[in-house]
Each structure stands twice: as C-alpha cells, then as structure tokens.
Write a protein that binds this ligand. Structure first.
Ligand SMILES: *[C@@H]1O[C@H](CO)[C@@H](O)[C@H](O)[C@H]1NC(C)=O
Ligand SMILES: *[C@@H]1O[C@H](CO)[C@@H](O)[C@H](O)[C@H]1NC(C)=O
Ligand SMILES: *[C@@H]1O[C@H](CO)[C@@H](O)[C@H](O)[C@H]1NC(C)=O
Ligand SMILES: *[C@@H]1O[C@H](CO)[C@@H](O)[C@H](O)[C@H]1NC(C)=O
Ligand SMILES: *[C@@H]1O[C@H](CO)[C@@H](O)[C@H](O)[C@H]1NC(C)=O
Ligand SMILES: *[C@@H]1O[C@H](CO)[C@@H](O)[C@H](O)[C@H]1NC(C)=O
Ligand SMILES: *[C@@H]1O[C@H](CO)[C@@H](O)[C@H](O)[C@H]1NC(C)=O
Ligand SMILES: *[C@@H]1O[C@H](CO)[C@@H](O)[C@H](O)[C@H]1NC(C)=O
Length: 470
C-alpha cells in the first residue's frame, strides 16, 4: 500500500469516526471545508481548508476564507495569522494569497498553481479573509447590504468572522493570534483589533481570543497625513512641478480632500489633482513609481482614476504579466474545490463595495484606535514600501509623528542578505519599518525582504542592523 493510499485511508477513517461518534460540530465543519482536489496544485505536506463563515444569520451574510496550515512538522505550535487585503472590496485570496504571501501562485495560463518560495506559511498558519461581504467569493443574501458599507459594519462582521472561525477550528484557540494586511486594511486591522480587545474584556466568556497584535503595510490611516504625504512624495521625487505642488498645498483641505482620499470635494483642489494624474503622472504606475507602467492610458477624471488604480492594483511587476488569477478562480472545478458558490463571479476588486463604502470613512483618522491599542500590550508593526505613491511612506511618517511616541531605537538601516532591506525605527509599543525599493504591495515587489520582516515580527525581534564595529 503506497503512502498516498495510506493517507487516503486515514482520511476516510477519520470521516467514518466523525460520522459514528459525531465528534462535534467543530471538527465536522473543518473536515467539510478541507480542500482536497484543487486543480493543478503541486503536492504539499500541509492541509488547507476553505469555505464560508456566516457573520449575520438574519441577512444571510457570509465571509469566505482560505486557510493554509503552516508548512512545518507541527503547525499546532506556530502562530495563527489572518490576512486582509484592502480596496475596500479587493479580495485577499486573489491579491494576498495568489500574488503575495500564499504557498501558491497561478501558473502562466491560469489553469494550475506553482509554489511560491517566499510563502508566509513557512512561519505561521494563515487565514485569508475576503471582507466585507461582496468582496471575492463573500456575499450577502440581502441585496440592501450592498448599498451601505462602513468601517463599523466591516469591523463587526470581521469580529463575527473571527468568532465563527474559531468555532470551526477550536484547536487553534490556544495559538498566538495576529492580524496582517495592507492598504485599506489600515482601517480594518486596528478596528478589528479594537473589537477583539473589547470582546475579551466582556465578563463570563468561554475563552478569550489569544490576540497578540498586528502588522500592517502601506496602511491608509489618517486622511490628512496620507493626502499631504502623497503631495510631498510626488514633489520630492520630482514627479510634479513647483506650481502644482503650491496649488495643492494652498487649495486642498487634506483632512477631507487630496490625491489619496476624498470625502468633501473642492473644485480647485480637484482640478489640480486631475492635472497630476491626467498629465504629470499619467504614464507612471503610482503603486510603484519606478516600476514599469502596466496601466491603461490615464483618465482625467480623478474619481474614475482612483477607482481605476484600485481595480488594477494587482497589475503586477515587470514585465506586466497578464492576469491569470481571475481565470483560475472562476474555473468551476476550483470553486468546487474551495467550497465557494458557483454562481458568484470572482473579481479582484468589487466596484459595488468600493462605490457604496461610506465616503467619510475613507478620510477618517484611525489614530484614536492606535491610541487605544498602544496601551493594550500588543505587538504593533507598521511597514511601508518606500516607492509606493498611493499610500506613501511620507504620509505614514506624518501620522506616526502625531502619535508622539518615545523612540527606543532610532532610525537605522536593516540588513537583508547584506543589503539594506529598508530602515527601521522602534518606538515604545510600535515598530516602524520601511522596505526599500518596494511598491504598494510589499510582498509582491520585495518578497524576500517581506518574508524576513514577517519572520522578525512573529519573533518579536527588531530587524537586524549592520555591524559597524570593525
Ligand atoms: C445583521 O445585519 C444587520 C444590518 O447589516 C444589522 O442591523 C443586524 O443588527 C445584524 N444582526 C446581528 C445579529 O448582528
Ligand atoms: C444564502 O442563500 C443561499 C441560497 O438560498 C443559501 O444556500 C445560503 O445558505 C444562504 N447563506 C446564508 C449565510 O444564510
Ligand atoms: C498551461 O500551462 C501548463 C504549464 O504551466 C501546461 O502544462 C498546460 O498544458 C497549459 N494548459 C493550457 C490549456 O495551455
Ligand atoms: C452600489 O454601487 C453600484 C455601482 O457600482 C451602484 O450601481 C448600486 O446602485 C449601489 N448599490 C447597490 C445596492 O448595489
Ligand atoms: C477650496 O478650498 C480652499 C481652501 O480651503 C478655498 O480657499 C477655496 O475657496 C475652495 N474652493 C472651492 C471651489 O470650494
Ligand atoms: C477642513 O475640513 C474639516 C472637516 O470637514 C473642517 O473641520 C475644517 O474646518 C476644514 N478646514 C478648512 C481650512 O477649511
Ligand atoms: C506601552 O504599553 C504599556 C502596556 O503594555 C502601557 O502601560 C504604556 O503606557 C504604553 N506606552 C505608550 C507610550 O503607549
Ligand atoms: C547581514 O546579514 C547577512 C545574512 O543575511 C550576514 O551574513 C551578514 O554578516 C550581515 N552583515 C552585517 C554587516 O551584519
């Protein structure tokens, strides 16, 4: 009897035991979600699960997840990590899993998978969550849910997801638990973190969520800082003129309007922003200003432009590969293997979610969440690809300064394979680190540097510097 056959029998035996002894809903649920026949998948030694967690019974709202156990002998000993892609409305399984940190990428023709040698499941068990409903394979059976999305409703659904996920996988309740994500997840992560901390403070709980912290990349955080930082980034990278810079500085109220986010339009500001994207940056990929431009010709309509860059935000690196993720995730056999609904067309980023997401929430400041979380004994890492022009490092540094945290280890270059991987500054209760020569999606543009960063984040150690002593 071959090894493969043996494992097949073992799986069958567990199934039989499950049926005979009715080992409880939890185990049954994760067995039902076990992924066994993913088309074109290379053989692996770790288990995968995928499916839905209901987050709101009465509305029939469910979030989709894809969970990969750690690719190590004993995954139970390693941390549990959730990943959220931003948008809002962009899918974590498309961007996060299949192009950045998952164990597989799609192959050249979108019919199968290849291994990602920089996969983050080398160090942790990772759950990719499509949130809010309407994103990726996630859905609501109540159409009116698609007319209003807010930070608050997203955070509540994400907490319901977290609790529902632990109900399916109770064996993971004891693991150290972290959140990760990027871009608009700069809202999702601190807001879910707050929900979890408040949940854990409730009396009479069966268990507390073993929440330890979060790491967030190129994180939209504070409308004022992110808008102002974007203007400075463009100006000091010599992408816009003195005149444009001055016009923007003098006419935009960055708290509510600017190149990155807008909730209250101002015609003078908007015309200048249109000139930036329609003329000065028209042939630049704002997600990676020194990368190849894979975008279709720019439009002078700014809201359309911002939407467009969100929709093509996974256009990828050199040399502008075609999208093979969308065809793969729409294969009926792939949907069946992942236990996704066949009637849902998978798209990278949902217009419905983006267009119906509360405008004031785009520009709101997430700093009050940081101020709350910074005293809750959590590990908080903020990282930033330093050639991203959409949520650039300059903006992040403006809001970090507003937090006014004591500096424990001042700004230093960190060592990745004997080259500068970026710079890091350790504050009390928060570590900030840049990733050199990385665009918006750090693991996409700098996979090796991103993996090292993740490893040190999980270890709770500062990134290594260079030894200048000799
Ligand atoms: C379900 O969602 C609706 C609207 O999104 C909300 O009003 C309701 O309170 C939710 N139900 C529960 C039990 O959370
Ligand atoms: C949504 O509706 C479908 C079709 O009726 C049903 O199968 C599914 O269970 C519902 N989802 C939820 C979360 O209630
Ligand atoms: C897709 O590419 C794989 C190799 O990556 C190849 O084996 C397969 O035949 C191709 N399929 C089609 C339909 O072109
Ligand atoms: C949501 O946004 C879309 C545009 O993408 C719009 O057509 C629709 O009316 C909005 N509301 C709902 C409920 O879909
Ligand atoms: C835009 O804002 C600037 C600065 O607040 C203000 O001076 C100007 O009148 C505004 N323009 C419009 C068209 O609202
Ligand atoms: C900028 O917008 C905020 C929020 O709407 C408002 O409180 C503030 O007064 C505005 N500042 C200026 C200079 O118009
Ligand atoms: C750091 O966290 C500790 C609790 O873990 C808290 O007592 C302290 O006030 C925090 N310091 C800052 C500057 O936030
Ligand atoms: C930088 O890191 C490499 C390992 O990636 C190590 O071999 C080297 O000694 C380090 N260099 C310094 C100067 O610390």
């Amino acid at each position: 009897m071959g090894l493969l056959h043996f494992w097949a029998c073992a799986g069958f035996l567990i199934l039989v035991l499950e049926v005979i002894f009715n080992l409880g809903g939890a185990w049954g649920a994760d067995l039902a979600d076990l992924v066994t026949n993913l088309p074109g998948q290379p053989p692996v030694n770790f288990k995968q699960y995928a499916g839905y967690v209901t987050v709101n019974e009465s509305h029939g709202r469910a979030l989709f997840y894809w969970f990969v156990e750690a690719d190590q002998k004993d995954p139970a000993l390693l941390p549990l990590v959730f990943w959220f892609t931003g948008g809002p409305g962009c899918s974590s399984i498309g961007g996060g899993f299949l192009q950045e940190i998952g164990p597989f990428f799609t192959n050249a023709n979108g019919t199968g998978l290849i291994r990602n040698k920089h996969t983050w499941n080398k160090y942790a068990n990772i759950v990719f969550v499509d949130s809010p409903s309407g994103t990726g394979y996630s859905y609501s059976n109540t159409t009116s849910d698609y007319s209003v999305f807010t930070d608050q409703s997203t955070a509540e659904d994400n907490l319901a997801f977290t609790l529902g996920w632990f109900a399916k996988f109770p064996e993971y309740k004891k693991n150290k638990f972290y959140l990760t994500g990027e871009s608009f997840a700069g809202h999702y992560l601190p807001e879910l973190a707050e929900q979890i901390v408040l949940y854990n403070e409730k009396p009479g709980l069966d268990y507390k969520i073993n929440f330890k912290g979060f790491a967030v990349g190129n994180a939209l955080t504070d409308g004022y800082s992110d808008n102002l930082g974007t203007i400075k980034f463009y100006y000091y990278h010599s992408l816009i003129s003195d005149q444009t810079y001055t016009t923007l500085i003098e006419n935009c109220n960055f708290s509510v309007d600017g190149p990155t986010v807008e909730s209250v339009p101002n015609a003078t500001c908007d015309n200048a922003v249109d000139y930036v994207y329609g003329v000065e940056l028209a042939e630049i990929n704002p997600y990676n200003i020194y990368g190849l431009n894979c975008n279709p010709p720019a439009t002078t309509n700014r809201p359309a432009f911002i939407k467009r860059v969100n929709m093509i935000r996974f256009a990828g690196v050199n040399p502008c590969p075609p999208d093979t993720v969308t065809p793969y995730l729409n294969l009926p056999a792939v949907k069946a293997a992942l236990h996704a609904r066949q009637d849902i067309e998978w798209i990278f980023c949902s217009n419905i979610v983006y267009d119906n997401y509360s405008a004031p929430d785009f520009t709101r400041s997430i700093l009050p969440f940081y101020r709350f979380l910074l005293t809750k004994d959590l590990r908080i890492w903020v990282y930033s690809g330093d050639v991203d022009g959409v949520v650039p490092t300059t903006g992040t540094r403006i809001w970090l300064a507003k937090l006014n945290l004591p500096i424990e280890t001042p700004w230093y270059p960190w060592n990745h394979s004997s080259q500068v991987g970026g710079w890091s500054q350790v504050y009390t209760n928060l570590t900030f680190t840049t990733v050199r020569d990385s665009g918006h999606q750090v693991p996409l543009y700098q996979p090796g540097r991103a993996l090292q960063l993740f490893k040190y984040f999980l270890k709770g150690q500062s990134l290594p510097g260079f030894d200048y002593k000799n």
